[in-house]
Design a protein around this ligand. Structure first.
Ligand code: C2O
Ligand code: CU
Length: 473
C-alpha cells in the first residue's frame, strides 16, 4: 500500500524534471516565413454567406518584376501573377464579376469544373468580353479538387502573357488535420526579352508552333526559383497545377519520393508512391511530400526533361525550379492518416457509342502548318453530336511525332485500357502519347450546349487542334 503512491510520485517527478533536462518540446510548426516566396494573391469575398464566393476579377496589364532587374508588362488577373487563389467548398456558389481592362477581347474558362455550358467561358458559350466590357460568371463548383481558370481566346498568347489562376475546391468533409501543411503551386513559364518585354506569341513560326512554345523562365507561383523554408521532416501536401501553355513538367525532389493521393478530381482509392510526377499542360496533382535531411540543407524541386517528341529532351538539362531549405533538426515521421477516397464508379462500356477522334496535321497550299481534328482545322462550325444521358467511348488517335494533352470541357472521363479495364481516376485532361492512342469513357449529364475539346498545348489548339461536342437535350 505504501509503495504505490511513492512510485507514482516518482514517475510524476521524473516526467516533469527529467523531461525539462532532456529535451525542449519539439517544434513541429512551420517557420513564419515558410511560404513567404510562394504566397498566392488573395481576393476579397463580397458575400458574407460562407457558401458563396463573390469576387470582382479584373484582367489588366500590370508591370511586374518577374525576372530580377526587369520590368515586364504582364497580363494579369487582379494585378497578380498568377491570379488570386479562389477557394471554396464543394457545392458552393462562385460569382465572378469579370472586367476586361486588356487591349483585346477575352473570356474566362473554368478548367475542369462541371458547370452549365453558358458559364464555361468558351467563345461558343458567350460573346467575347470586349476591352472595357464585363461579364458575370455564376456557377456551383460541385466536385472537390484543384482546378484553374484561364482565357479561351488567343489562348496561347494570353496564357503565355500571365493570365491564369488556381481554383481550389475543398471536400465537404475536411481532410485530417495532420495530413500535411498545404501548399498550392501554380507552375508555368514565361518568355521575356532582355528589356523585360514579353516575347511575341508567334516567335519561331511553324516549327515553334509544331513543338509548342515554352517560355525560358520557369515560374512557381509567378517566381523564378523561389525558396520555401520548411520544417525539416514535417509532411506537406502539394496541390500542383501545370498552367504553362506548352511545357510539360516532370517533377522530382532531390532525394525524396512523392505520395500521389489525388489528381484532377478528389482523392484516389489507393495512393501511390512515386519518384517523379508528370504534369502535362492543364493537369493537376495532389501530393504528399516530407522534405527531410540535414539541418540547413537545401533540396531542389527539379524540372526533368520528359520525352514528348523530337526536341523535348535533346540538350535540355534538368533545371531546379524551387528550393526547399530544411529548418531545424529532422523530425520523426508521423504516419499518414486514413483518407476518405472519392467514390469511383466506372462507367459501363456496354452500349457506349464509339467516337474516334484523330489528332491530325497537314500543310495548306502555301506550306503553312494546319493542325486539326479528323483532318478538319477548327473554325467553330463543325461539332460531334451527343445526347444528355448518353455514354460515349472515345478513342483519341495521335499519329503525330509529338504527344498531345487532350482536354474535354465540362465532363470528367476515365481511361480504359485495350482490355476495357478502367483506370480508376476521373480526369478532364489526359496525355495522348505520340504515335499511339488513348481511350476513355464519358457520360453526359444534363448540361446541354457546346463543349469544346482540344489539345492543351495551346499553340496546337490555336493552330486548329480543337473541336466541339454539341450536347443535345
Ligand atoms: Cu484549360 Cu479549353 O481549356
Ligand atoms: Cu498538341
Amino acid at each position: 500500500m505504501l509503495a504505490r503512491p511513492s512510485l507514482a510520485a516518482g514517475i510524476a517527478l521524473c516526467l516533469v524534471a527529467c523531461g525539462d533536462d532532456a529535451a525542449p518540446p519539439v517544434d513541429r510548426s512551420q517557420p513564419a516565413d515558410f511560404l513567404a516566396e510562394l504566397e498566392l494573391a488573395a481576393i476579397d469575398d463580397a458575400d458574407p454567406d460562407p457558401r458563396v464566393l463573390e469576387v470582382t476579377l479584373r484582367a489588366s496589364i500590370t508591370e511586374l518584376e518577374v525576372v530580377a532587374g526587369l520590368t515586364t508588362p504582364a497580363w494579369t488577373y487582379a494585378g497578380a501573377l498568377p491570379g488570386p487563389l479562389l477557394r471554396v467548398t464543394a457545392g458552393d456558389r462562385v460569382v465572378v464579376h469579370f472586367e476586361n481592362d486588356l487591349p483585346e477581347p477575352t473570356t474566362v474558362h473554368w478548367h475542369g469544373i462541371r458547370l452549365p455550358a453558358a458559364m464555361d467561358g468558351s467563345p461558343h458559350s458567350q460573346e467575347p468580353v470586349e476591352p472595357g466590357g464585363t461579364f458575370t460568371y455564376d456557377f456551383v463548383a460541385p466536385d472537390p479538387g484543384l482546378y484553374w481558370y484561364h482565357p479561351h481566346i488567343h489562348d496561347a498568347a494570353q496564357i503565355g502573357f500571365g493570365l491564369y489562376g488556381a481554383l481550389l475546391v475543398d471536400p465537404v468533409e475536411p481532410a485530417p488535420a495532420d495530413l500535411g501543411d498545404e501548399v498550392v503551386m501554380v507552375l508555368s513559364d514565361i518568355s521575356i526579352d532582355d528589356e523585360g518585354a514579353l516575347s511575341s506569341p508567334d516567335q519561331g513560326g511553324d516549327i515553334a508552333t509544331l513543338f509548342g512554345r515554352e517560355g525560358e523562365d520557369v515560374l512557381v507561383n509567378g517566381r523564378v526559383l523561389p525558396t520555401m523554408r520548411a520544417r525539416n521532416g514535417k509532411r506537406q501536401r502539394w496541390r500542383v497545377v501545370n498552367a504553362a501553355k506548352s511545357r510539360y513538367f516532370l517533377l522530382g525532389l532531390t532525394g525524396h519520393t512523392f505520395t500521389r493521393i489525388g489528381g484532377q478530381m478528389g482523392l484516389l482509392e489507393a495512393a501511390e508512391e512515386v519518384d517523379e510526377v508528370l504534369l502535362a499542360p492543364g493537369e493537376r496533382a495532389d501530393l504528399l511530400v516530407t522534405p527531410k535531411g540535414d539541418e540547413g540543407a537545401i533540396e531542389q524541386l527539379m524540372w526533368l526533361p520528359f520525352d514528348r517528341g523530337y526536341g523535348s529532351t535533346e540538350f535540355r538539362p534538368p533545371k531546379a525550379i524551387l528550393e526547399v531549405e530544411l529548418v531545424g533538426a529532422p523530425l520523426d515521421d508521423v504516419p499518414v492518416p486514413a483518407l476518405p477516397a472519392t467514390p469511383f464508379e466506372p462507367l459501363d462500356p456496354a452500349g457506349a457509342e464509339q467516337v474516334e477522334v484523330r489528332l491530325t496535321s497537314a500543310q495548306d497550299e502555301e506550306g503553312k502548318l494546319i493542325l486539326g481534328i479528323n483532318g478538319v482545322p477548327y473554325d467553330g462550325t463543325t461539332s460531334l453530336p451527343a445526347t444528355v444521358g448518353q455514354t460515349q467511348l472515345w478513342t483519341v488517335v495521335n499519329e503525330m511525332e509529338w504527344d498531345h494533352p487532350f482536354h474535354l470541357h465540362g465532363f470528367f472521363f476515365h481511361e480504359v485500357n485495350e482490355e476495357g479495364a478502367p483506370r480508376r481516376e476521373w480526369v478532364d485532361t489526359v496525355n495522348v502519347p505520340r504515335e499511339s492512342s488513348t481511350s476513355f469513357l464519358v457520360r453526359y449529364d444534363n448540361r446541354p450546349g457546346m463543349w469544346m475539346f482540344h489539345c492543351h498545348i495551346l499553340d496546337h489548339a490555336d493552330a486548329g487542334m480543337m473541336g466541339m461536342v454539341e450536347l443535345l437535350p
